[in-house]
Design a protein. Structure first.
Length: 109
């Protein structure tokens, strides 16, 4: 049986309300709450918790690692962002240090 022919002129219009996605940001209190709930889970309940909260197991593992290493302060770490641009003052200081180091190297020779 032949497949039905679809009109070529049919276009899919994007829904503007669905286009923008934002990254979720978790507070340290929320992370601690999830870790405590995960620790209280019995065998087989952890997967259900992660699905219900829409989390991945590697997120939970990372949060546990951060909590073990640095305590509650470790949970408030943020992911590295773009490197901030240097101000003119910072560039001037960096160049002066570089120049001083260069002079010291030449004086020693």
């Amino acid at each position: 049986m032949p497949k039905p022919v679809t009109p070529i002129e049919s276009k899919v219009e994007p829904n503007p309300s669905l286009e923008k996605r934002t990254r979720r940001v978790f507070t340290p209190e929320y992370k601690l709450s999830i870790i405590q709930q995960a620790d209280a889970c019995k065998h087989g309940e952890l997967g259900a918790l992660l699905r219900r909260k829409k989390l991945y197991s590697n997120q939970l593992a990372q949060w546990r690692r951060e909590l073990a290493e640095d305590g509650l302060a470790g949970l408030s770490k943020s992911a590295p962002g773009p490197v901030p641009k240097k101000t003119a003052e910072q560039k001037r200081i960096e160049q002066s240090y570089y120049y001083e180091g260069y002079q010291k190297e030449n004086d020693e020779e």
